[in-house]
Design a protein around this ligand. Structure first.
Ligand SMILES: [Zn+2]
Length: 129
């Protein structure tokens, strides 16, 4: 087994909790020895503490801050895509309604033509030669 250098240690996340009330985030992480578990706390995307014994900011704090930033970015992109999709659907629906309206108008027009008297509404008279 090779020893991972300190600066490339990868945080092993066990769980992520989000406290809805204040949107603080707590990560439950596994220690590098694989035995202990620590809590890393983030407030507004900034790591504020970790229960591990390492000097602060520890690698948990640094990596989880990074991870949260990526998560927020992914969420923002997802949200933007959702809005774009909704706008496109709305646009399509409007086009559909407009097509219906036109078809309806065309049908009414055709009906009007059929009902229109051929003599231009003049009173009936027998043509005299
Ligand atoms: Zn730590």
């Amino acid at each position: 087994m090779t020893t991972t250098p300190l600066n490339t240690k990868q945080v092993q996340v066990i769980a992520r909790y989000e406290i809805k009330r204040n949107s603080h985030v707590v990560y439950l992480v596994r220690s590098s020895n694989g035995k202990d578990e620590y809590h890393t706390t983030l407030v507004n995307g900034r790591a504020t503490g970790c229960s591990c014994p390492a000097t602060k900011p520890c690698y948990h704090m640094r990596q989880l801050e990074q991870r949260e930033a990526e998560r927020s970015k992914a969420r923002a992109t997802e949200q933007a895509n959702k809005v774009r999709t909704q706008a496109a659907a709305h646009e399509a629906r409007l086009a559909e309604i407009e097509a219906w309206r036109r078809a309806d108008e065309a049908a009414k027009d055709a009906q009007r033509h059929e009902l229109a008297p051929l003599n231009g509404n003049r009173p009936f008279s027998i043509l005299k030669i």
